[in-house]
Design a protein around this ligand. Structure first.
Ligand SMILES: Nc1ncnc2c1ncn2[C@@H]1O[C@H](COP(=O)(O)OP(=O)(O)OP(=O)(O)O)[C@@H](O)[C@H]1O
Ligand SMILES: [Mg+2]
Length: 259
């Protein structure tokens, strides 16, 4: 079955302050959607709310993955359903090695009684690490601890490749990546692209979209998607910034900070 990820009228707040003010998205398998937008407009909040971060309270709207209600699920159930988020700021976890973490994540996804064998896991992990040009020692280091910015991002992509999610949300995966790493990460995404998988890519820069061609580009302001288009929209934003969008829509302050 081709993947279908639908978000309707999603509103979410944090500590009583509304950040997301009605988000609609419709991502089909094989599609790549990019979200761009100035700082503080709700992009990461959207990613966190979809993944089920406990700090964000969804107050209305729906989010379904292949007709399953994601908002009813805990974070781990959302992951099992096939949702994956590569975070803008990946957490460091001391005491848990990267390989232990990856194997637990894979097994959580596969479910009890269907765990991956150690040998098969190691073979897969080593193969994917090679694809990403990662030093094998990263398997044995504590999760993200002391990783450089770019190493953390590459490690997020390693998780994606091993977990094979149906819907992948990448939040600023390109920030901190050098140009070679950017190409490697893009190749990882492009290799996973299929009818079964959709992507939501949050980015500030057209540069990433030179390597991963989006089908749709959405602009977020004030906790809403205020404009959508094709790849040419990203190019125009790169060239001209956001002022013309604000002017066109009569937006003075694009952030959700003051409302
Ligand atoms: N945990 C939180 N506590 C208080 N305010 C928050 C929290 N999370 C988000 N916000 C506020 O919500 C607004 C949107 O934040 P968000 O991180 O979603 O922006 P963004 O679009 O991802 O920005 P950037 O491009 O800088 O990453 C900001 O004003 C932010 O301060
Ligand atoms: Mg953000």
């Amino acid at each position: 079955m081709s993947t279908k990820f639908v978000v309707n009228g999603l509103k979410a707040e944090i500590e009583g302050k509304e950040i997301l003010k009605g988000i609609d998205l419709n991502i089909k398998g094989g599609e790549i959607h990019a979200i761009m937008g100035p700082n503080g407009t709700g992009k990461s909040t959207l990613a966190s709310a979809l993944m089920g971060h406990p700090k964000y309270e969804v107050t209305s709207g729906t989010a379904t993955l292949n007709d399953e209600d994601l908002l009813e699920m805990e974070v781990d159930a959302r992951a099992r359903a096939g949702l994956f988020l590569a975070m803008q700021y990946p957490s460091e976890i001391t005491g848990v090695t990267n390989s232990d973490f990856l194997r637990s994540a894979i097994n959580a996804r596969r479910g009890e009684g269907n765990e991956i064998s150690l040998i098969k896991f190691i073979r897969q992990m080593e193969g994917k690490m090679k694809e990403l040009d990662m030093n094998p020692e990263f398997a044995h280091r504590y999760l993200n601890e002391g990783f450089s910015g770019g190493e953390k991002k590459r490690n997020e992509i390693l998780q994606m490749l091993l977990l094979e999610p149906k819907i992948t949300i990448l939040d600023e995966i390109d920030s901190g990546l050098d140009i070679d790493a950017l190409k490697i990460v893009a190749a990882g995404v492009n290799a996973m692209r299929s009818e079964e998988r959709g992507f939501l890519i949050i980015t500030h820069y057209q540069r990433l979209l030179n390597y991963i061609t989006p089908d749709y580009v959405h602009v977020m302001m004030q906790g809403r998607i205020v404009k959508s288009g094709g790849p040419e929209l990203a190019q125009r934003l790169e060239d001209e910034g956001y002022d013309w969008v604000k002017e066109e829509l009569g937006i003075v302050d694009e952030t959700v900070g003051k409302a």
